[in-house]
Design a protein around this ligand. Sequence first.
Ligand SMILES: *[C@@H]1O[C@H](CO)[C@@H](O)[C@H](O)[C@H]1NC(C)=O
Ligand SMILES: *[C@@H]1O[C@H](CO)[C@@H](O)[C@H](O)[C@H]1NC(C)=O
Length: 280
Amino acid sequence: MRSITSFAVLCALFMQSAMGIYVFSVFTSTSESNMYIYNSTDGLNFNLVKGPAYTPTTGLIRDPSIIRHTDGYYYVSYTTNWEGRDFAIARSSNLLDWTLHTTVSISDTAQARTWAPEIFQDPRTGKTNIIVSLGESLTTFNPYLYTATDATLTSWTGPVAMSGIGPNYIDTFVVWDEESGMYHAYTKNETSKYLEHAVAYNLAGPWTFVQTGNFAGFGRAEGPCITTLADGKYRLFADGYDSGKYIYSDSADLYTWSAYQEVPGGLSGFIRHGTVRNLG
Ligand SMILES: *[C@@H]1O[C@H](CO)[C@@H](O)[C@H](O)[C@H]1NC(C)=O
Ligand SMILES: *[C@@H]1O[C@H](CO)[C@@H](O)[C@H](O)[C@H]1NC(C)=O
């Protein structure tokens, strides 16, 4: 009896350690003007919270990247256009009602395209950053940093080049790893279409590639995001565009990844490039 009880307690503890609250912001294969919001307790099985949850008056919303900020609001940065020199940020208090918060203009007039702004709350510096892919042409994209200069994420300074990544990389997503004391970036080599892995001691670089080519067997894919799970492990999500599937893969160390699987629940094939965030 006692051992059964202990086993039950251990199971409960294990379940608890893997549980949390996760939110997932995406656009969809049926529209690039509608954002959908999902949530989950395990970072894998997602329920629709609202879709469409936000349709910007300016039209496009691709690549929505979500955070919950210290002020309690949710913020989503997103791509506003295939061509142009700005990205936008929307805000919500409840994940349901979204309004435009600010539009950030790119001062570098040589750039013609502004893609995939990914919000990154840096645990090391406490700053909120956005990593965005800027391209003078379709084959010269590189990642740049913007950093919030006020508490309400209204004013941003940038662009600062992330040296060592490029030329021709898009969809750069960064995660801080306390254990290695380094930033890890997963970024799409737009020449080969593979996700590659680079590391750095500072966000602006210099970045060094440590895994390249089809190193994890993800195949051609884009829009990676790395979610830190409740148990400290990592889960990569990406838009696997060869197969038209939304894939995920797990890792304990950010180097070795499990064979990828499709995101369950009928989402794969419908959802496109988004961000899964662990809200704790
Ligand atoms: C997910 O959203 C639904 C609908 O708003 C809500 O009832 C539920 O509590 C949420 N679950 C989590 C884990 O946040
Ligand atoms: C990106 O892909 C191209 C084409 O396969 C390759 O030549 C280049 O070395 C790759 N870049 C890195 C850093 O691996």
